[in-house]
Ligand binder design. Sequence first.
Ligand SMILES: [Zn+2]
Length: 292
Amino acid sequence: MDKLDNVLIVAGTHGNELSGIYINKLINEGLYITDRPTFKSTSLIANQQAVNNHCRYCDTDLNRQFSFPADNQQPDTHEARLARHFIEKYADKSSQLIIDLHNTTSNMGATLILLSENPFYRKMGAYVKQRMPAANILFESHKPWNELPYLCTCGEYGVMIEVGAQSHGSLQYGTLELMKEMLTAVLDFVEKHNLNQLGKLSSYTAYYYTQEIKYPLDSSGMRQAIIHPTVCGRDFEAVKPGEPLLATFFGYDVHWQGEQDVYPHFINESAYSKANIAMALAEKQLVSVNKP
Ligand SMILES: [Zn+2]
């Protein structure tokens, strides 16, 4: 893969996720440096109106507007208009990496979300894991790139940095520092990639998204279960076959029925409440950077 000339750092894709929004402010004020000798970086707020309103979005989720359905019949919402404008402006740049900054209310620490398994991303995961051993590398590579709805997939290269636990609308010192540390590691990776100076990278364990777990609902749409106390707050900790995921209000548990350990994450994410998503599940795998 060729050298990257531009890095686009995007914050405020969700208007109430403050770590990225404040990193954007620090960049603009010269208090956090994102330029490197081999590429130019640009930082922007994706949904200023949502930021002004202290909400995730105005009409609909901006970070679900970037897949290309065959009929292209998107409703004319504020976020659909923003997405069209963003695509016109940024989608065509082939030597550009988009880094989209997010917070989660789940206890996911610093998580790098990679949406493709090509060697560039596998190496990025290895480099970030080497610099931040406690970080989580999460592959959501189960769909083709152009079917992914995320803002960072509108061009040729993109990743998401997801840091939590932080309540939406709040700003915590530790979360901000973790996001800066991961963003710095990704920027340094791009610099070393451009200079062909990545050196030897080790294999590492990463998580691979498999499915979502939804709450069972009653006839009025209320939940009939809650996250099990043995899982709550324990993102990326193993759940073995037969162990509980949810506790119902009827006194029995909903158990993991699969044949191998799974790793819940986005546990109790408040932004997924409307969709009744309790958590996502992943499998753990060893990633070799030498795999062709
Ligand atoms: Zn977000």
